[in-house]
Design a protein around this ligand. Structure first.
Ligand code: NAD
Length: 257
């Protein structure tokens, strides 16, 4: 909230950020606010969202269509329109195909994929009236790398990347751009919770840092910067991409093959 920014490319624009109360979503909300946007954080638990005239905290479950439609109606009723949708809420899932029954597939795909479609569907009538309409979906390195023990999460994020490209094609003629960010392992409460399960969380964190090409985790602020670029009028000719924010993990080979 205290952040100052010389780039005011979101002055006069209204944004929603799902999962905007924690981690990457909270950093995105901060970044868009610093650039001048009015930001609504839609979250299952919005109690940590700051209260000020540039911010709206909305309790919302992206898994529930009525909840999503009510949240977007509240944002539009409050600020008169909607320009930017950041579909960031998502949940993790572990295991192989052998471990996950049908209802677990349904639960995770609903939260991570259908949730983004639900939010976009409710937002589209408002985005069509915006001069600077943009949707940014939070994908993942799990969409592009074959990660062990993450089959369900990987499938859900692969769907997010594919959905991003298809939506970009569907809506470019309406002036609505659709892009994704594809973070590597980012330092958020989510990763903190995973590390806390290790016998030695500090050693586990050091090992995780060492596995990254740039020797450290991605920061939530770095993901937020990429989202801001993709949502900004400054990227007006960019649509259908998944921008990797991962220290090079998805695109570099540090040793010869
Ligand atoms: P986080 O757990 O810190 O924050 C997630 C937020 O989403 C929480 O505030 C939670 O309440 C909210 N949320 C969860 N389900 C919701 C629902 N059904 N409706 C509304 N809100 C809901 O997690 P994070 O690490 O900041 O992850 C955010 C996004 O980034 C997720 O889509 C995740 O898949 C993606 N991602 C994270 C990493 C990483 O390493 N942290 C890497 C790649 C992608």
């Amino acid at each position: 909230m205290s952040r100052q920014n010389d780039i005011r490319d979101f002055d006069g624009l209204v944004a929603i950020v799902t999962g905007g109360a924690s981690g990457i979503g909270a950093a995105i909300a901060d970044e868009l606010r610093a650039r001048g946007a009015k930001v609504a954080a839609l979250d299952l638990d919005p109690s940590s969202v700051p209260a000020d005239e540039q911010t709206l905290a909305v309790r919302c479950d992206v898994g529930d269509d009525a909840s999503v439609r009510a949240a977007i109606s509240e944002v539009v009723a409050t600020w008169g329109g909607l320009d930017v949708v950041v579909n960031n809420a998502g949940i993790g899932a572990q295991g192989t195909v052998a471990d996950n029954p049908d209802d677990e597939w349904a639960r995770v795909l609903d939260a991570n994929v259908v949730g983004m479609a639900r939010v976009a569907r409710a937002a589209l009538p408002h985005l069509r009236r915006s001069e600077h309409a943009a949707i940014v979906n939070t994908g993942s390195i799990a969409a592009t790398a074959g990660l062990p023990d993450r089959v369900l999460y990987s499938a859900s994020k692969g769907a997010v990347h594919a959905m991003t490209r298809a939506m970009a094609a569907d809506h470019i003629r309406e002036g609505i751009r659709v892009n994704a960010v594809s973070p590597g392992t980012a330092d958020t409460p989510w990763i903190g919770r995973l590390l806390d399960r290790a016998d030695d969380p500090a050693a586990e964190r050091a090992a995780l840092n060492a596995r990254q090409p740039h020797g450290r985790l991605v920061s939530a602020d770095e993901v937020a910067g990429a989202v801001a670029y993709l949502a900004s009028p400054l990227s007006g000719s960019t649509t259908g991409v998944a921008l990797a924010v991962d220290g090079g993990m998805q695109n570099l080979r540090l040793r010869p093959l």
